[in-house]
Structure formats: C-alpha cells, structure tokens
Design a protein around this ligand. Structure first.
Ligand code: ARG
Length: 262
C-alpha cells in the first residue's frame, strides 16, 4: 500500500476509535491526572440588573452570576450561563437543556411542581414604579389602571390577583426593562416588579423621572437556584455551597457589590 494511503487509513481509524482508544498517533488525549471539570449549564434571563444583565462588552454579569460562579468553585464545576427568556426558563430546565436556573427566581409552590429549589439566597419584595407626580399611591389603586409586568413573573401573579387574570388593562412584556420603558412612554401607568430591580433602574435612568412606591400588602419573596426535579444530588451540593458562602461572608460581599441601596 502506498505510504500516504496507509497514513490516511490510520488517521481515519484513529478518529473512529478516539473515544475508546487512548494514544492513537500523536493526537492529544485527555490526561487521567487532570480530569476535565464538570460543566454546568445555568439559565438566566440576562435583562434584570443588578441580578443579571449584559454589560457593554456583551458579557453577562451581576449578583446572580457572581453567586453561581462562586457556587461552581465550591462544587468544582465550570459554569456556563445560557441567556434564556424568563417565560421559557422553567421549561428549559425541565427539558434538560440546562442543569440549573439562577434568575432572581422566587421560590413558590407553583414552580415547585416542576423544579426543585435550593435554600433561599436573597429576600426581595415587589414594588410599584410610576411616573414622578403620579396620583397613584397604593397597590390597591392599580385596580383600574393600565399596569405593565414582565411575563411569567411573580409581579404578574400579584397584579393578576388584584385585577383579574383576564383584565385587558394588564400588559405583559418579555423583559422588565421593556415594561419600564413602556411606563416612560406612557403606554402603561405603573409597573410592578421586584424592588431591587426597579431601584437599580431608577438610579441608572434619572432622566426617566420615575418614582418607586412600596406597599405593605406585598409579601416577602425568597430567591432560590432551581435544579431539575429530583436532582437531589446537585441540590445538596448547591445548598452546602450556599451555606458555606453565607457563613464566610461571600454572599454579603456579592450583595454589597451590586445592591443600589448601599
Ligand atoms: N422574582 C420574580 C419571579 O421570580 C422575577 C424574576 C425575574 N427574573 C429575571 N431574570 N427576569 O418571578
């Protein structure tokens, strides 16, 4: 057989066997001493500053991103963030496109039917954004107003509870910044969303002239990291990492870095 043909055949065989046979030709093979790190794919809706957003360079950054990367270090896994629309994020996890969700996601019973959650890592509450000088002062007054929410959020849940899920005065948007921009445009009269996110938006868009209203009727919500239903192994690892990060001050450190109120 001609020499070039032999080489060609040998490398073809190598390609075919590469997964089972180590040391084919000079192909680099994975060294047993350095097993490659486990990669965990984590879905996040990266339009939710300060928890997750895309910076000027297009990198996904924020509180949740620092937090999950730190969890990754603790459990010896590389974290790959997958930008995912919030209204499809639970099904993306249920369909096993990703291993986890970190997306400022409130732990609640409805979601627990489809996914499992870590222990809480953050406490938040809803708030109302209105235009400066708006006559609206309380949540109850939204009942007959045009109200914007982000689709599939707990903000949507509380507004639907107040106004009725079929109420045509509720507008649902893909992202919270879109809802807030619709408020600036005057398309809606109020937006209901997680307080740290409204606070952050107001602080970074002073020319938008929006105000934030608190309301005592809002219940506190706790954010958790979601894993696939029944993945108790990963859930436990994440919980152990979070416990450690609560104790060693890491969560506080990340919170101090991102929260607008400080
Ligand atoms: N905490 C709210 C919820 O769980 C809103 C979360 C929205 N997160 C996001 N990244 N858009 O429904």
């Amino acid at each position: 057989m001609k020499q070039w043909l032999k080489i060609g055949l040998a490398s073809l065989l190598c390609v075919g066997l590469l997964t089972t046979v180590a040391g084919c030709g000079s192909q680099p093979t994975q060294s047993a001493k350095e097993p490659s790190k486990n990669v965990l794919r984590v879905a996040s809706d990266a339009a939710y500053a300060p928890f997750e957003w895309k910076n000027d360079k297009g990198e996904i950054v924020g509180f949740d991103i620092d937090l999950i990367k730190e969890v990754g270090k603790e459990i010896n896994a590389d974290i790959e963030i997958v930008d995912t629309p919030f209204d499809g994020i639970i099904s993306s996890l249920a369909n096993k496109n990703v291993d986890m969700i970190i997306s400022a996601m409130t732990i609640n019973d409805k979601r627990k039917q489809t996914v499992d959650f870590s222990n809480p890592y953050f406490v938040a509450v809803q708030s109302i954004a209105v235009k400066e000088g708006s006559p609206i002062k309380t949540f109850a007054e939204l009942k007959d107003k045009k109200v914007g929410v982000q689709n599939a959020t707990t903000g949507q849940d509380v507004v639907e509870k107040l106004m009725g899920a079929k109420n045509p005065k509720i507008s649902r948007f893909d992202t919270t910044p879109t809802a807030l921009n619709m408020l600036i445009n005057g398309d809606v009269e109020a937006v209901v969303a997680d307080k740290p996110v409204v606070q952050y938006f107001l602080k970074n868009n002073p020319s938008a002239k929006l105000s934030l209203l608190d309301d005592t009727s809002f219940e506190t919500e706790e954010y958790g990291i979601a894993v696939q239903k029944g993945n108790t192994e990963l859930q436990k690892k994440v919980n152990d990492a979070l416990d450690k990060m609560k104790k060693n001050g890491k969560i506080k450190e990340i919170s101090d870095k991102y929260m607008a109120s400080k």
